[in-house]
Design a protein around this ligand. Sequence first.
Ligand SMILES: Nc1ncnc2c1ncn2[C@@H]1O[C@H](COP(=O)(O)OP(=O)(O)O)[C@@H](O)[C@H]1O
Ligand SMILES: [Mg+2]
Length: 272
Amino acid sequence: MTVTTITEARPASAVTSATGRTGESTARTSKPLLSLRSVARRFLTSRQNTTALEGLTFDVHAGEFLCIVGPSGGGKSTLLNVIAGLDAPDGGQVLFEDKPVTKASPERVVVFQEPALFPWLNVRANVEFGLLLKGSPAEERRAAVDRCLDMVNLRHFERAYVHELSGGMKQRVQLARALAVEPRMLLMDEPFAALDAQTRDILQHELQEIWARTRTTILFVTHNVREAVILADRWGEIVHLFEGDELPSVPDLLDWLSWLHARCPECEGESR
Ligand SMILES: Nc1ncnc2c1ncn2[C@@H]1O[C@H](COP(=O)(O)OP(=O)(O)O)[C@@H](O)[C@H]1O
Ligand SMILES: [Mg+2]
């Protein structure tokens, strides 16, 4: 499906009140950390032309946990690549703290679905890697790695190698490595999609705790509505990725979910 629109999401308070949970509404008084203005990305190949993103306009504020739901092929990875500076838009602007994004930066780190870890390094060295690239001094590196390994509950496995880890543990290492460089924004590309349901539940919970502790701004994309609701109904927002649609102004989370499911059957998420 071609993605043309991300409509401003319902406020967190509307989602939380629908579930009866306690959430924290997002402060909207400050300037946005990230702004997308009419962003477009088209892929022209000899076989076909694909419009992955078009007319994409939204803001992300510091401290937000924003989930973006969209179907497979909907442009989610393209969106994160453009925000990360790994890819450039064909039109529009991506502004990070009011400055155009022109290249990748440790300020905006991507956590991929498939953990891209170095098999010849142990867990500790993998987590330390970004800090070495940044040129952080040894003592600072040691403290940051300890802190991040604790955060993802992997301290006991710091000497293990990648082939000795489960899928969930590999994702924890990737998350710790991303957190170690203290990014301003964490861009998460369906990071739990390949995990079994139980591990995904645990990691979703851990991610919520990490967010609550660090308040790192998180932009999380998923095709799984359930996941977006679990993550976003406590503190975040859900935006959508459907062509030409407007989010309905419904007061009830379940109505909103039915609306979303009707437009994206494959977004339903696995049953639990
Ligand atoms: N490098 C590329 N070359 C050509 N087409 C691409 C490229 N990257 C993505 N696309 C196309 O753009 C669309 C969006 O892809 P993607 O952003 O990967 O979607 P999602 O992550 O939501 O599954 C798809 O139709 C995909 O085939
Ligand atoms: Mg993708």
